[in-house]
Write a protein that binds this ligand. Structure first.
Ligand code: PBG
Length: 337
């Protein structure tokens, strides 16, 4: 801080907090719909809206409904939707082959959205967990998560996703070397404009519980993900992962989960100065929703405050299940004045 404020009573910091308009005038960070990426769960079927118990207000949507949702998001100024598939257990295999089926659910959903809602970006996760009968992000042999074999699978998965029209690929698998492999494959196969948002600082977290429920992976997961996701005790390691992913060709980086890792958001954004995103994950959504449902906190205020915190920490944007609700609220406020 370069300037020392005048002593009291010449300086009265409360002058700047006196009224709504004064607070509006002096606010350092704001949230807009353009800061939000909305994760949507997609499932098979016709005109289905399937509620997720552990995420009140969030549904698994069949493709036509997902297209409508993407359209609503686009109309509210949300720039990107991220699609996640609920995969029927019968489709899951030890080799996770469905991941690179050009006609798999997320690829079909991507084509439908890109065709019918051309002005919204589509982001897809690159990782094997929705398709792997072991529930892991990588291929597994004798209980060991295999790195280099997984890279070959991720490369094929990334290419069919780019082919389907995904604008941003989000490798969330945490295998070593994956960004470089995917970036090279995209360049060699004529997808120079497909962006990569690397899940660079992705922690082995208890906050993913409801998501695994949502995609039907909770029952499947054998063991935990600690041999590839980061240890919650580490900060420097997260910075090394970001540096590595940028070096391998990532366009944007992500920190995940969000609220318990705001310190990581802050360090990454200030040390690298690259577009940095946070994923406010399913468990964070579930906590705010559950406390709101019980009347223990004000859902809407807590939701807005939690998202603004990411902007304060230096993030360019946030993946959040609240995205549509927040964008709708902000649009209503702007209309009503
Ligand atoms: C899987 C993936 C996970 C999430 C996004 N992609 C879960 C995991 O790593 O087990 C979690 C998102 C959330 O909890 O909202 N590759």
């Amino acid at each position: 801080m370069a300037v020392t404020p005048a002593p009291f009573p010449m300086s009265r910091p409360r002058r700047n907090r006196r009224t709504d308009w004064m607070r509006d005038l002096t606010r350092e960070n704001t949230l807009t719909a353009h800061d939000l990426i909305w994760p949507i769960f997609v499932r098979d079927g016709d005109d289905v809206v399937d509620p997720i118990d552990s995420m009140p207000g969030v549904n698994r949507l069949s493709i036509s409904r997902a297209v409508e949702a993407a359209n609503d998001a686009a109309n509210l100024g949300i720039p990107v939707v991220a699609l996640f598939p609920y995969t029927d257990p019968s489709i899951k295999t030890p080799g996770a082959e469905e991941a690179w089926n050009p006609e798999n659910l997320v690829n079909r959903a991507t084509r439908a959205i890109k065709q019918q809602v051309p002005d919204i970006g589509v982001m897809l996760d690159v990782a094997l967990d929705p398709y792997n009968s072991d529930g892991h992000d990588g291929l597994v042999r004798d209980g060991v998560i295999l790195n280099d074999e997984t890279l070959m699978a991720l490369e094929q998965q990334a290419l069919v996703q780019a082919e389907a029209g995904a604008d941003i690929l989000g490798p969330s698998d945490m295998m070593d070397g994956r960004i470089g492999v995917i970036r090279r494959a995209l360049e060699q196969n004529d997808f120079p404009d497909t962006a990569i948002m690397a899940y660079s600082a992705k922690y082995a977290s208890a906050f993913y519980g409801p998501f695994r429920d949502a995609v039907g992976a909770s029952g499947a997961l054998k063991g935990d993900k600690k041999t590839y996701q980061l240890d919650p005790g580490n900060t420097d390691e997260a910075l090394r992962m970001v540096a590595r992913d940028l070096d391998e060709g990532a366009d944007m980086v992500m920190v995940k989960p969000g609220m318990p890792y705001l310190d990581i958001c802050q360090r990454v954004s200030s040390e690298f100065g690259v577009p940095t995103y946070a994923y406010q994950v399913s468990g964070e959504y579930a906590m705010i929703s559950a406390a709101g449902q019980n009347g223990w906190i004000d859902r809407e205020k807590a939701m807005m405050e939690s998202l603004l915190a990411f902007k304060r920490a230096g993030c360019s944007g946030i993946l959040s299940y609240f995205a549509l609700e927040v964008a709708q609220m902000m649009a209503d406020e702007a209309r009503l004045g």
